[in-house]
Design a protein around this ligand. Sequence first.
Ligand SMILES: Cc1ncc(COP(=O)(O)O)c(C=O)c1O
Length: 487
Amino acid sequence: MGFEESEEQLLSKVATNGGHGEKSSYFDGWKAHDRDPYHPTENPEGVIQMGLAENRLSHDLMEKWIRKNPAAASICTEEGISQFRAVANFQDYHGLPLFREGVAKLMEKVRGGRVKFDPDRIVMSGGATGAQETLAFCLANPGDAFLIPVPYYPAFDRDFCWRTRARLLPIHCHSSNNFNITSSALEAAYLNAQKSNIRVKGVLITNPSNPLGTTMDERTIRTLLSFTNNKRIHLICDEIFSGTVFKPPHFISLSEIVESDPEFDRDLVHVVYSLSKDLGLPGFRVGVIYSYNDEVVACARKMSSFGLVSSQTQHLLGSMLADEEFTSNYLAENARRLKERHGVFTDGLRRVGIRCLEGNGGLFCWMDLRSLLKKATLEGELELWRVIVNEVKLNVSPGSSFHCAEPGWFRVCFANMDDETTERALRRIRLFVNGEIEEVEEKKAKKKKNRLAEGLRLSLPRRFEEEMVMTPRLMTSPHSPLVPATI
Ligand SMILES: Cc1ncc(COP(=O)(O)O)c(C=O)c1O
């Protein structure tokens, strides 16, 4: 993250220090998709986007609600315009009461009603992204660190560290125990920081985990709480995927444990939430900090001026979330659809011998491709990843972009596409894993040679499989040394 000193530097050092993390394979995969995006009719051979943790499975439910409630949904329609002036003017950084109440109710519902949330503790932010930065700003000085279990969501480097200059230090987790966090790993991470003279201000966890798609059990949450309490450091839990849990074990929130046990110091506990995943609304930029610490609430609220949720969005969501029948049905139906899609996807993978970490939440699977690595190294992982992006034409994200130290794991998202695209993605994987692509390619190569010898012209392919066959540039197998140099 070093930056060059130069008198001619026009931008600030922070702005140019690379802290955004854009130069990673995680974002490179997105760029590959942007250059050649799959479309069922216009570009059927394009890259299918499986690197985006978006939930597009239940938008129809929301559209239905909006159609039924036009006045509540928008101040820019004939039905809603009477509210225009009041809503357009509203800019109180506490947020509309109806909105905060609605978010608090939703958080309760997602947690099965086992815990209550006080609307007055809800601080708005521009998505969970803004919430994370605000917390880092409130809790850490430049150079201070938060411990974080690896693998973790890559953009935390940007959100937590870029502008605040805080650091993230890894808590090493391993596939041997399904990447669970252990006390010894926590202690080791803390000790490492001490040895390097780095002040640890807290632990940052994500539950359900991105990229693992698993939920944390009560014992682990208690271990984390005891650890952070004993060290007098903060515990931040990003619960952005809490409403995506689609099968047992059910989701257990940090809030439930904290509220049920007076042993734990609440001043050290902070929860981050957002509507980007559970409600599939990342464009609305609705994030929330729920801190049990009054000072943090006050400071974060002042900071929230930088990322308030637009009052029109608050107006719509306040009304929608007040409709409890709707939210209950939405959450149940959304979980059902996620479960179904997860089942279809993991079954498809299993049929070709690919296993995933057993997941019960999130919008992705943590796929084990270790057996496909040519070399069991991070370089070998990237080599395989390039083949998958460039040749199989699927943008999946390599484990190394999530800081995973064990090569061969990939995150693959399954909720941002329709059924047909899912089937197509599975078919591509099947062809790739079964080596059918290679076999056909070999045959084709021979045929091509013969044809050329005969002076025959080749016609252009139309279907994906044929495209794979006909384009030698795209046909390197994971075991081939001919991996393209870029992305
Ligand atoms: C764990 C985690 N936290 C935060 C975010 C950012 O969410 P938002 O769109 O609310 O800023 C994401 C997005 O993928 C995420 O996976």
